[in-house]
Design a protein around this ligand. Structure first.
Ligand SMILES: C=CC1=C(C)c2cc3[nH]c(cc4nc(cc5[nH]c(cc1n2)c(C)c5CCC(=O)O)C(CCC(=O)O)=C4C)c(C)c3C=C
Ligand SMILES: [Fe+2]
Ligand SMILES: [Fe+2]
Length: 366
């Protein structure tokens, strides 16, 4: 048996076609313990996510985490689940559809966009298969993680490369590594905050909360920490905030090791105790709302702040399907298409002849 998969016969002269592979982390299929167990097992078995010796981690994962965490996490997911499914999935699917439409408009030609998840469904392999079925032999990989981290972005790229290990006729690949300081992304964030404040008024402090990673990853050279701080600074500048009016912190600590600081919950407790009246929280690293924003930030965060003595707490929703964000996605994608897609395609001789005949038929002078 051949090691690599058979392909359709090569057709001479076939035109190249570009497709966009939009990637996100993934989410369980349903808010139940068995679905969470499947999802967490795949997620937490990724050596990019938990970077300790494999045998030690296998014991911890199977003896101490998978017997207990799925039930607890399922209960949390149940609180944020919608009639259409997991918020992360619902938003990612809509973002993929909208990106396809807006990009098609901007380029004057339709490019397929398919969604894949690093863990769970739809798998990265199935999304690549769909692109290849549509004739795409050039794939631009676009992770929905503005700040590169090995545990999110590199894992998503791993999933792409792994899914092609058996492919005979490889597509050309390009990857978007990060866009933490892209002007259109920062402008979309700033616009969402300004519009929120127009309706709800302004807080004493804006907290920008990013997903944490282990402190050791920073020490080993992961640039994520710097990227988060740069996004924070640029967003503050765009909003005209001084250093006292905002702060960056890190959420979702997992396990007992030290993670990036300051931690989100203790920060809120401190602010509550200091009698800071109102805080608003935004999560610029999450391109859509999900468990980590809707449960941990919007629900738990509020309870923590109010219990500590604060009086008003607002969560500013993620960019989700905001038009400014979809336009920003188009701007992020465009430079990566150079040489693959020409913005204004020169019509070929047959197309020119057709439009001449159409014009003649309409009685136009030629
Ligand atoms: C923004 C990028 C993310 C990074 C970086 C990241 C690192 C990271 N995460 C865990 C452990 C868990 N994360 C979980 C959920 C989760 N994580 C991200 C994003 C990043 N994670 C998102 C968008 C979500 C929500 C998914 C959803 O379905 O809504 C979970 C699962 C939930 C739970 O049981 O608490 C775990 C576990 C680690 C260990 C890590 C880096 C080392
Ligand atoms: Fe996470
Ligand atoms: Fe840094």
């Amino acid at each position: 048996m051949a090691n690599f998969l058979p392909e359709p016969s090569f057709a001479h002269g076939s035109k190249s076609r570009v497709g966009i592979l939009l990637l996100n982390l993934g989410t369980p299929d349903e808010p139940t313990a068995p679905a969470l167990r499947r999802y967490l097992k795949q997620f937490l078995s990724d050596p990019r996510v938990v970077e300790i010796p494999k045998a030690v981690w296998w014991v911890i994962l199977n003896a101490f985490i998978l017997p207990f965490r799925p039930q607890k996490s399922a209960e949390k997911y149940a609180q944020i689940w919608t009639s259409d499914g997991s918020p992360l999935m619902v938003h990612a699917q809509r973002q993929a559809k909208l990106l396809q439409g807006y990009l098609g408009n901007a380029l004057g030609q339709a490019l397929p966009v398919e969604l894949g998840m690093s863990y769970g469904n739809p798998s990265v392999a199935s999304a690549i298969a769909k692109l290849r079925e549509q004739g795409c032999d050039r794939i631009l990989v676009f992770p929905l993680f503005p700040q590169y981290a090995a545990s999110s972005t590199a894992s998503a790229f791993d999933a792409v490369f792994k899914s092609l290990l058996k492919t005979r006729n490889l597509p050309e690949l390009r990857t978007i590594k990060q866009y933490h300081d892209h002007p259109a992304y920062i402008a979309a964030l700033a616009d969402s905050v300004r519009k929120y404040w127009m309706v709800h008024g302004k807080p004493e402090k804006l907290i920008m909360s990013f997903h944490g990673i282990p402190r050791r990853s920073l020490d080993l050279g992961d640039p994520y920490h710097c990227f988060c701080h740069k996004t924070g600074r640029l967003l503050a500048e765009a909003l005209g905030l001084n250093a006292q009016q905002y702060m960056v912190c890190f959420q979702s600590r997992f396990g007992r090791a030290e993670w990036l600081k300051p931690y989100f919950a203790p920060t809120l407790e401190d602010l509550g105790k200091q009698r800071v009246k109102r805080v608003d929280v935004i999560c610029p690293g999450f391109s859509s709302d999900c468990l980590e924003t809707l449960e941990e930030i919007a629900m738990e965060g509020k309870a923590t702040f109010l219990a500590a003595g604060g009086s008003e707490y607002h969560y500013i929703p993620a960019l989700n399907e905001r038009e400014e964000w979809i336009q920003a996605m188009v701007e992020i994608v465009k430079p990566h298409l150079q040489g693959w897609v020409e913005p204004e395609r020169v019509p070929d001789a047959a197309e020119l002849e057709q439009s001449r005949l159409r014009a003649l038929a309409m009685g136009a002078k030629n």
